[in-house]
Every structure is written in structure tokens, then in C-alpha cells.
Design a protein around this ligand. Structure first.
Ligand code: HEM
Length: 403
């Protein structure tokens, strides 16, 4: 892979570290990453020459400073390298304040508690149907058989999309999340636009009261959203909840598969489920944000230039011992949970956090009720895909039938 080190980057801050290619020979991926970037001699901020070249931020306090300072650090590019970003601007995700603010208000007003409650029933129904379907087999491929179905169903529920669209939507999501060749992701985005356009056409002037209809009627600064803006918002609603939730489900299940005492703790004390969700989100935060430096500046003694890219792995915040005591230990009674940044900082904080937590809670409730004892299939090797979101691509599970 080509290595990029611009002249303003001091040699002593360059490390041979590929953000998207770290070792995946253990199940505990975030811990592998952490070990490498906190090894002796690693600076708090260093330059990785891979993926177009970018800074890597490794400490909780600097991560907070960066993700909450949109005057200096822009969200325009949401992956590395810069030039591989999709042409479509996802709104408000790839905007900076003040442009992002009205789009955030709009979405926050649409993703209401009532909408999430409607989605919960649909997700719960699907979770039960899927689990009961494969339970008698004593095994499943968790990612394919379970994890990637839940977010699509949640999306369908909040957008009032009919059941017959599930398969085509799953196919589009698959192209975007796991393209078989590089251009397939772009094909997926194009198909998603076509699908969104169809929804817009159908509901623009109709009597419906669903999210698409509300978006079509919504106004920003006294005018309706144009087609490009509508597609940017609808597209974000679909992709923001896909790999994020299914990837997190993967980390939840692999942790519980390897820690029988903790899955029994949850099963025996269902009241712990909300805390368990927060603690596992903290420990396995799997999103690596990117930011573009907007002006020449000095960050903690490091000279950065306008246009430099930065990678901000949120897990490095959540497992920093300056922030959390004994940070690698998973403890469902931990108290300082709210300061974890699994859902981001203030400026772009996740607008789907309630939806995501709901899906994760439903999973713990329904799975542990039905398959309380399970493990990772003997001999299975982790296969990790790491981009904006780090996910387990395969997760074969086994259990004894009749449990
Ligand atoms: C476990 C699951 C999820 C995680 C860990 C997660 C994480 C995040 C993070 C870290 C951000 C901040 C991005 C930044 O600062 O650049 C974000 C933004 C966002 N998320 Fe999530 N997310 C999850 C699920 C969802 C779901 C289910 C939805 C529903 C549609 C969603 C919708 C959004 C939206 C719309 C934004 C953009 C907010 C903005 O740019 O102002 N997310 N998410």
C-alpha cells in the first residue's frame, strides 16, 4: 500500500500503523488496537502513512477536544482516504455547524420515542422468529442468520416500509456493508437512491404520517428540502443503523459467549440489562470517526495543516484508564458509564442512540431467554472488517439442543 507522509509531519511522529489493518487473531479486537497504540514509545498523537496518510488520536482527553470542536475539525469526510468518500453528502453527518444544525433538529424531531416504540415491537417479533427458527439446529452463523436482519427491520418499522421490501433492502444493505468488489458499494448507494426516490414519489403528496412523508413536508429556513437533501437524509437513516448495530451485536455476543458467568449474571438479573448494554457499548465501542483539520493549528504540541485527516478511534477514549477505572474489565454495576463516547461527542452525537439501545436490549432479553448457554464454535477464527465501524464478519455459535 502506498505510504503518505507530507513534509510538515515530523519523522519522529510517524508510525508504521495501518488503522484498518490491525491484527485480528484474537476475538478482542479493540484491545489489540489499544495495546499497539499505547505501547512504549508511542506518542499521544502520531501519523499513520496508510490510507492516504492521517493523524491518529489515542487519548481520551484529546479525543473529547477533537470531536467537540467543529470550528477546527470538520466532518466532511467520513472515511479514509478522503478521495474514496461517496459523492452523496449524508446529512447532517457530513456537514458542520451551522449547516448541520437544522438537519439535526429535523431528524431529532422525527426519531421520537413513539417511533422507537413502534420499531421495538417489530424488532422483538423478528428476534423471536429468528432465534426460534435456528434454535433446534444447535448452531448458527450469528452475523448472517441474526445480526444483519435486526437493523433492517428497525429501519422498515420506523419508515413504515412493507414486508415485501425486506429482501431487496437486505440486498442493497449487503452491497453497501460487504461489497464483493470495490465498485459494488457505489452500486449499492445508487440502488439506495433509487429506492429512496420511489418512497419520496409515493408519499410526497399522500395523506401518510410516516417519516418519509414528514420529511417531504418539512421545511428548513422557510423552504422544503430539495431532492438531493432528501436523499442525503434518507440515505443516512438507512446506513447509519446497519453495520453499527449488527457490528455491536457481534461484540455483545462474542463477549457473552466467552464469559459464561456474565451472561448468567444478566439472565438471573434482567434489571441489569440497561446497564449491561451501556457497559458493553463502552468496552466495545467500534466506531472510528474521521475529521479533517480546517485551519493550520497546533494540537498538544503537534503542528497540523489545513486539510490533514485524523482518525479518532472512540474505543481508545473508553478504555483509557484516566477516564475509567480498570477499563478493560466489563462490570455491569460500573457507575461512570454516561461519560463514554460510544455514541460520539456533542456536535454530532448519534441521533439513533435510543433506537440502537432498544435493539441491543431486545437482543439480550430474547436471546438469553431462549439460548442461555452458548459458545463460539470450536476452531472458529475471527475475521474482522475495520472501516468506520469495526465488525466481526463471521461468528459461528454452537449450543446444546434442548437447553
Ligand atoms: C450501536 C449502534 C450505533 C453506534 C455505536 C452509533 C454511533 C454513532 C456515532 C459515534 C456518531 C457520531 C458521528 C460523528 O461524530 O461524526 C453517530 C451519528 C449518527 N447516528 Fe449513530 N450509531 C449507532 C446506531 C444508529 C442508529 C440505529 C441510527 C438510526 C438511524 C443512527 C443514526 C445516526 C445519525 C443520524 C447520526 C448523525 C448525527 C449527526 O451527524 O449530527 N445511529 N452514530
Amino acid at each position: 500500500m502506498e505510504k503518505t507522509v507530507p513534509p510538515h509531519v515530523p519523522r519522529e511522529l510517524v508510525r508504521d500503523f495501518d488503522m484498518y489493518g490491525y491484527p485480528a487473531n484474537e476475538w478482542d479486537v479493540p484491545q489489540n488496537l489499544y495495546r499497539q497504540v499505547r505501547a512504549e514509545g508511542m506518542p499521544e498523537i502520531f501519523w499513520s502513512p496508510y490510507n492516504g496518510g492521517h493523524w491518529v488520536i489515542t487519548r481520551a482527553s484529546i479525543i473529547e477536544e477533537v470531536i467537540d470542536n467543529s470550528d477546527h475539525f470538520s466532518n466532511r469526510y467520513v472515511g479514509l482516504p478522503k478521495h474514496l468518500n461517496p459523492a452523496r453528502i449524508f446529512r447532517p453527518f457530513q456537514q458542520d455547524p451551522p449547516d448541520s444544525v437544522p438537519f439535526r433538529h429535523l431528524l431529532a424531531g422525527l426519531l421520537t420515542k413513539q417511533i422507537v416504540a413502534a420499531g421495538r415491537d417489530a424488532v422483538q417479533e423478528l428476534a423471536i422468529e429468528l432465534i426460534e427458527g435456528f434454535k433446534p439446529r444447535g448452531q448458527c452463523e450469528f452475523v448472517i442468520d441474526f445480526a444483519q436482519h435486526l437493523p433492517i427491520r428497525m429501519f422498515m418499522a420506523i419508515m413504515s416500509i412493507p414486508e415485501e421490501d425486506r429482501k431487496p433492502l437486505l440486498a442493497i444493505a449487503e452491497k453497501i456493508s460487504r461489497p464483493k468488489y470495490p465498485d459494488q458499494r457505489l452500486e449499492g448507494y445508487a440502488e439506495m437512491d433509487d429506492y429512496s426516490l420511489k418512497l419520496i414519489e409515493e408519499r410526497r403528496d399522500g395523506p401518510e404520517d410516516d417519516i418519509v412523508a414528514k420529511l417531504c413536508r418539512a421545511e428548513i429556513d422557510g423552504r422544503k428540502l430539495n431532492e438531493e437533501e432528501l436523499l442525503g437524509v434518507l440515505g443516512l437513516l438507512l446506513i447509519a443503523g446497519l453495520d453499527t448495530v449488527s457490528g455491536m451485536l457481534g461484540f455483545f455476543v462474542q463477549h457473552l459467549a466467552r464469559h459464561p458467568e456474565q451472561r448468567r449474571e444478566i439472565r438471573d438479573n434482567p434489571d441489569l440489562i440497561p446497564n449491561a448494554v451501556e457497559e458493553l457499548l463502552r468496552r466495545y465501542a467500534h466506531t472510528t470517526l474521521t475529521r479533517e483539520v480546517r485551519v493550520d493549528l497546533n494540537l498538544r504540541g503537534v503542528e497540523m495543516r489545513e486539510g490533514d485527516m485524523m482518525a479518532v478511534p472512540l474505543v481508545l477514549h473508553n478504555v483509557d484508564e484516566e477516564k475509567f477505572e480498570d477499563p478493560f474489565r466489563v462490570d455491569f454495576t460500573r457507575e461512570q458509564l454516561s461519560s463514554n463516547v460510544a455514541f460520539g461527542g456533542k456536535v454530532h452525537r448519534c441521533l439513533g442512540a435510543l433506537l440502537a439501545r432498544t435493539e441491543l436490549r431486545v437482543f439480550l432479553e430474547e436471546w438469553l431467554n431462549r439460548i442461555p448457554e452458548f459458545s463460539i464454535a470450536p476452531g472458529a477464527q475471527p475475521k474482522i472488517n475495520s472501516r468506520v465501524t469495526t465488525i466481526n464478519q463471521v461468528l459461528p455459535l454452537v449450543w446444546e439442543t434442548g437447553t
